[in-house]
Ligand binder design. Structure first.
Ligand SMILES: Nc1ncnc2c1ncn2[C@@H]1O[C@H](COP(=O)(O)OP(=O)(O)O)[C@@H](O)[C@H]1O
Ligand SMILES: CC(=O)OP(=O)(O)O
Ligand SMILES: [Mg+2]
Length: 399
């Protein structure tokens, strides 16, 4: 069964085509810098043990245009992997915000699209582009089932004491104001990999997803019990362009004393803060280069970033009453050795002791980089949201 997975972020679109249940993709790729200068597409086709790469650079105005170009790459030329759009049986869409209505893979109907639209203001960087991609896929793959996999779904197991804010009940009942949590597909995938690796029936894990968006989740026996993102994907850890936790008094202050509008506030906290706002770039690789050259703002950005993660590890160690493993995943978690080292430094009291040499040598796959007598394992697990989405789609299609 051919399942095309579309994972669209604020300025990028990642995709993978699977012939399920085979776990390795037939093709995968990435469209980056959508809507900004320097847009490019990297398209990969896998044939046996060989890998063919097509790279294109030309301005791509929006996600719709990006997706159309991807479809052309999949179906045209010598490296075509499908003959016609009808060869795709299902399209799995990552949708970031699903509110309280979705706890599993969902066949997309007009009503589901309405729900996704209603949540635009809560995930302004994500839900609008997610819906756009669904619409383009519906126009193109008219015979395929369109399936939504929500980032919020895995967190529907969070108990009330963790998902409610301490404000009057009417705001929860009437406005749906509560913690929803995000990156659920990634936290689910890596935590399941960790459980298999640990080979334990009962487990306590802390999963740390550090991509453009960053979040940390406490997982007991396979179920999310708390997570750092909340009502929208803005709270908790410091991110690429998002502030993470901030005292709401700052918002009152900026409105009252600096005349900020809602739009300006949303732009500030969603697009101009985090690594970009403090250190001058949203890309951790740039921050590393700046810090190495002695740039003080970049050094501060690194300190803030690591400090927050450490603080949440402490909090989740307390609510789980200990843990078997912490997991690092996503772009920064998998690739930034020094960030992992800084985060794990001086956590021996909690039983977290890193083998620094092993950590520096990490080179892919699942690896434990704790010392042999560390009470808590330190696992690096590459996330694979696309494969998790394809698996969930496949299961739904077989029901
Ligand atoms: N070698 C590396 N060292 C440090 N950071 C890296 C490295 N490779 C990628 N990253 C960082 O990973 C982040 C993107 O992570 P990713 O999981 O791809 O994000 P998203 O899926 O949210 O777009 C960027 O900040 C990027 O700089
Ligand atoms: C929810 C979220 O922050 O997603 P991403 O990391 O892809 O931006
Ligand atoms: Mg991501």
């Amino acid at each position: 069964m051919n399942i095309l997975v579309i994972n669209s972020g604020s300025s990028s679109l990642k995709y993978q085509l699977f012939n399920m249940p085979v776990p390795s993709p037939i093709s995968s790729g990435l469209v980056e810098r959508i809507g900004i200068e320097g847009s490019y597409i990297k398209h990969i086709v896998f044939k046996g043990t060989e890998k063919f790469i097509i790279e294109k650079t030309a301005f791509i105005a929006d996600h719709g245009e990006g997706l159309k170009q991807v479809l052309a790459l999949l179906s045209e030329g010598e490296l075509a992997v499908i003959a016609t759009p009808d060869d795709i049986n299902a399209v799995g869409h990552r949708v970031v915000h699903g509110g309280e209505n979705f706890s599993g893979p969902t066949l997309i109907t007009a009503e589901v699209k309405d729900q996704i639209k209603k949540l635009f203001s809560l995930a302004p960087l994500h839900n609008p582009v997610n819906l756009k991609c669904i619409e383009v896929a519906e126009e193109t793959f008219t015979k395929a089932s369109q399936v939504a996999i929500f980032d919020t779904a895995f967190h529907q197991s969070i108990p009330q004491q963790a998902f409610r804010y301490a404000i009057p009940e009417q705001y929860y009942k009437e406005e749906g104001i509560r913690v929803y949590g995000f990156h659920g597909t990634s936290h689910k995938y890596v935590s399941e990999q960790a459980v298999q690796w640990l080979d334990k029936k009962e487990s306590k894990l802390i999963s740390i997803h550090l991509g453009n968006g960053c979040s940390i989740t406490a997982i007991r026996n396979g179920k999310s019990v708390d997570t750092s993102m909340g009502f929208g994907p803005l709270s908790g850890l410091m991110m690429g362009t998002r502030s993470g936790d901030i005292d709401p008094s700052v918002i009152f202050h900026l409105i009252e004393h600096a005349g900020y509008s809602l739009n300006q506030l949303s732009t500030l906290f969603n697009k101009e803060s985090g690594l970009l706002g403090v250190g001058g770039s949203s890309d951790m690789r740039d921050i590393r280069k700046l810090a190495a050259s002695g740039d003080e703002q970049a050094i501060l950005a690194l300190e803030l970033y690591a400090y927050r993660i450490k603080k949440f590890i402490g909090a989740y160690a307390a609510i789980l009453n200990g843990m078997d493993a912490i997991i690092f995943t996503a772009g920064v978690g998998e690739n930034d050795r020094d960030m992992r080292e800084t985060v794990c430094d001086e956590l021996a009291y909690l039983g977290i002791e890193m083998d620094k040499e092993a950590n520096q040598k990490y080179n892919g796959g699942i690896m434990d980089v704790s010392v042999s007598n560390s009470k808590v394992k330190i696992l690096i697990i590459p996330t694979n949201e696309e494969y998790e989405i394809a698996s969930q789609c496949y299961r739904l299609m077989q029901m």
